[in-house]
Design a protein around this ligand. Structure first.
Ligand code: BTN
Length: 246
């Protein structure tokens, strides 16, 4: 609360803008919101469809005093906050696909892209960018199978500013809970309650191998605990997990 908000009609990417502001010394909690992005970015170098007037594109700049390796946990805290905010606003069954996709009716509704700048092994700033498909009437054909918008699922037009405010309120609370211990132990249960793959068979796809396992939930570090076919439990911190049937 009480932090600076920058609003743009059009911008290349709110994450890129947040990075520039970060370099110029912008303070912790600065929020950038745009109506349209000309170069929206997704994870793994993908582009993020960012048409005008129908979605939420926002990035928050943080300057947490935590080890850089712990920064990905902040992404999970934002994913949880977005899911909680969207759930409260819509009363829909919003779920999370680990690590940080927001899912509605088995389709992707929102995504998060985190970027970080470090100096001498300390965090200079972290940018957490969130894109949420809100009022899009249609999606490009190649996305329509796997992605959706609130409007497509409900037929209703939603107020984006209220959704942003709600998500930021949740994030403020979750950020504090995260900072108390420097990990996700206070958020773990809430996160796992929304986890779409909780107690389900999943297929783990890593760079070298691919195997089936049973997803249990995240631990306090935000790693996904899975039980393998031989009964051993393993914590996964990276790589891609693809879920059967989604
Ligand atoms: C993903 O691939 O799932 C992450 C998508 C993140 C998109 C958001 S939109 C606001 C912010 N600015 C960007 O350029 N990307 C993120």
């Amino acid at each position: 609360a009480g932090q600076k908000i920058y609003y743009f009609d059009e911008i290349d990417s709110t994450n890129t803008c947040a990075k520039q502001l970060g370099e110029q010394g912008a303070s912790h909690g600065t929020l950038i919101v745009a109506e349209e992005q000309s170069a929206g970015r997704g994870r793994r170098g993908r582009t993020w469809e960012s048409p005008a007037g129908s979605s939420i594109y926002m990035s928050i700049l943080l300057r947490p005093e935590i080890p850089p390796v712990n920064a990905p946990m902040l992404t999970l805290a934002m994913g949880l906050s977005a899911a909680e905010g969207l759930q409260e606003y819509t009363s829909l069954d919003i779920q999370i696909k680990w690590p940080n996709d927001i899912i509605l009716n088995r389709k992707k509704l929102a995504g998060i892209l985190t970027e970080m700048s470090t100096e001498m092994d300390c965090i200079n700033y972290v940018i957490i960018g969130t894109g949420i498909n809100v009022n899009m009437k249609q999606l490009p054909a190649e996305l329509a199978k796997k992605a959706t918008s609130l409007r497509l699922e409900t037929g209703r037009i939603m107020r984006r500013s209220e959704i942003i405010a709600l998500i930021m309120k949740k994030f403020e609370k979750n950020y504090q809970l995260f900072m108390e211990n420097g990990d996700l132990r206070r958020l773990q249960e809430e996160y796992n309650n929304l986890l779409i793959t909780r107690e389900k068979e999943v297929r783990i796809i890593e760079s070298q191998e691919e195997y089936d396992a049973y997803a249990l939930g995240i631990n306090e570090k935000g790693e996904l605990l899975v039980r393998e076919s031989d009964g051993t439990t393993k914590a996964i911190s990276s790589g891609e997990i693809s879920v059967r049937g989604i």
